[in-house]
Design a protein around this ligand. Structure first.
Ligand code: FAD
Length: 365
């Protein structure tokens, strides 16, 4: 074990939320250690080759893969002495006294005692229970994207996509771009969950989208050789005689994400189950401060949403973690502008679910 490190602020997770939190805190004047288990910063962004939706202030219409570089360049401009990234380093524990246990590949485990900690660990993919879901060839959409867009490896030749939310639609289109056939996108709900623009693009490229459909089983000897799908009635029950056999070698699950809150449970943060926000999420105030005064959150770990809102939440968490250490310049003014931006991102029908979830988190019904 190496000696105890004592940064002013430690941020766990270097996705859009963590990177924005780092930039915001460094701009206030604080010193930040940013820890990520991956070899590069950016979180989900490192595999998002498409132009982002969201707010122009948060890099909408720029490809996801180009956003981390912009945030890093801004951090470098602030002066490298205030910012210490620790890559290939997994945070394994958060103890009562605020000490973090981090494990860096091929090095001794580290103990870190920051004055303030921001957890921005993002989300994990949800799984579906069906016979054969443990066969090689059944992937989460994130794994398929990592294979294709980070390592340049095709996951297979013909894919059945489960889930017509934005992730299912976008990854289907990216599969086509990589030269992989997409047999169909199936969706249990009676309507497509993702944005129309992504659905239209997939349809125009010839991918059928079958709503009110689900997977019954995957089959194959050593790996996936096909799947049985069926239609669902209005009670989500399989319609007898509607089975369809699809010959595919990959089944890709894009059925939702859930916040990665393990470190928050270890820390003893109060959490509440809010389905609209993706599962158990931490209680927090307008500063993104949890029930523990030295612990803040931002991004998908706090609410499954989008990179735009993850970045704004990161700015708020970084601002207040720094302000609570005494770096208090223009805090109200900056907070007001970030808060307005969050409101804009969550306005309209697409933000209704998030607004409802946040209201329930804060005691509404
Ligand atoms: C296919 C797809 C398309 C998308 N398209 C868009 C879009 O067009 N527009 C948009 O706004 N959003 C989009 N999103 C959503 C967006 O990518 C996420 O909302 C955003 O990345 C969340 O940011 P985050 O920083 O909270 O989490 P992440 O980006 O998931 O980052 C979390 C980071 O934490 C690290 N980490 C986790 N646990 C630990 C640990 N214990 N120790 C150390 N490090 C840890 C991870 O390695 C990761 O780098 C898309 C998502 C997907 C999957």
């Amino acid at each position: 074990m190496t000696s105890l490190q004592k940064p002013e602020i430690a941020i766990v997770g270097g996705g859009p939320a963590g990177l924005s939190a780092a930039l915001s805190a460094v701009r206030q004047g604080a010193e930040v250690m940013l820890i990520d288990r991956d070899p590069a910063l950016g979180g989900q962004l490192v595999k998002q080759t498409h132009m982002f939706f969201g707010s122009r202030k948060e890099y909408a219409a720029i490809r996801g893969i180009d956003i981390p570089g912009k945030l890093m360049a801004a951090l470098e401009e602030e002066g490298p002495e205030k910012f210490k990234p620790l890559l290939d380093t997994t945070v394994l524990g958060y103890y009562d006294d605020g000490v973090i246990l981090a494990d860096k590949e091929e090095e001794q485990a580290m103990l870190i005692k920051p004055q303030k900690t921001i957890i921005a660990t993002g989300a994990a993919e949800k799984m579906l229970p069906f016979p054969g879901n443990d066969l090689p060839g059944v992937y989460g959409a994130g794994a398929v994207q990592t294979l294709m867009n980070v390592y340049g490896i095709k996951p297979g030749t013909r894919v059945l996509m489960i889930g017509a939310g934005n992730i299912g639609l976008i990854v289907s289109y990216q599969l086509l771009q990589a030269g992989v056939e997409v047999a169909a996108i199936i969706e249990g709900a009676p309507k497509i969950g993702g944005y129309l623009v992504h659905a239209t693009k997939a349809r125009r490229a010839g991918i059928p989208i079958k709503t009110s459909h689900t997977i019954k089983e995957a089959y194959g000897k050593d790996s996936v050789e096909g799947a049985l799908i069926c239609s669902l009635d209005e009670n989500w029950c399989a319609i007898p005689g509607s089975d369809l056999d699809m010959k595919v070698d990959v089944i890709c699950l894009a059925v939702g994400l859930t916040p990665q809150t393990e470190l928050l449970w270890q820390a003893g943060c109060e959490q509440k189950y809010i389905p609209e926000l993706g599962g158990y999420v931490p209680l927090r105030n307008e500063k993104m401060q949890t029930s523990l005064p030295d612990l803040y959150v931002a991004g998908d770990v706090a609410c499954i949403e989008e990179a735009g809102s993850a970045m704004v939440e990161g700015k708020i968490a970084g601002l207040y973690a720094a302000a609570d250490l005494g770096y208090a310049e223009k805090v109200e003014e900056r907070y007001t502008s970030y808060y307005r931006e969050l409101e804009e991102l969550r306005a309209g029908p697409t933000g209704a679910k998030i607004r409802q979830g946040l209201s329930r988190l804060n005691g509404g019904v």
